[in-house]
Design a protein around this ligand. Structure first.
Ligand code: FES
Length: 131
């Protein structure tokens, strides 16, 4: 029997979380394996937090924030993107496939995009885990 997947989605309150909420309101399905952690902004994400999620058993980690230029804290999502890139390097150095960590940009009105992104990322993680 295969183990249940665990995907952590760090979502900013203003866009990605709102989009996830909208997806729910629209009855769009995304996998129950995706566990949302709401942050005020993806700028709150730090490298240790990302790596710790894997230490704690996450199979995949998504960071989802506002579109470029749309961060409510101006450049939080730009900082998050740099931290995600750095954390990907660290994952690679420790033998973890860096594709298990990705950053996405989703506007608050894009519930369908959030659901699609969560579905596709989950599918990709399933494939990577089975390899
Ligand atoms: Fe959404 Fe900063 S408020 S990424």
């Amino acid at each position: 029997m295969s183990k249940d997947l665990k995907i952590i989605a760090f979502c900013c309150h203003y866009c990605a979380f709102t989009a996830a909420d909208l997806a729910g309101t629209m009855r769009l399905q995304y996998p129950p394996e995706v566990h949302i952690v709401r942050l005020p902004c993806t700028g709150k994400v730090d490298v240790n937090m990302l790596l710790q999620a894997f230490v704690d058993g996450a199979d995949g980690v998504m960071v989802a924030g506002c579109e470029v230029g749309g961060c409510h804290f101006l450049e939080g999502n730009i900082r998050a993107k740099k931290r995600v890139e750095y954390a990907k390097q660290k994952l690679h150095e420790t033998g973890v496939n860096p594709e298990r960590l990705e950053m996405f940009h989703v506007a608050a009105s894009q519930g369908p995009l959030f659901a699609k992104t969560a579905n596709e990322f989950t599918k990709k993680i399933k494939t990577l885990i089975e390899k």
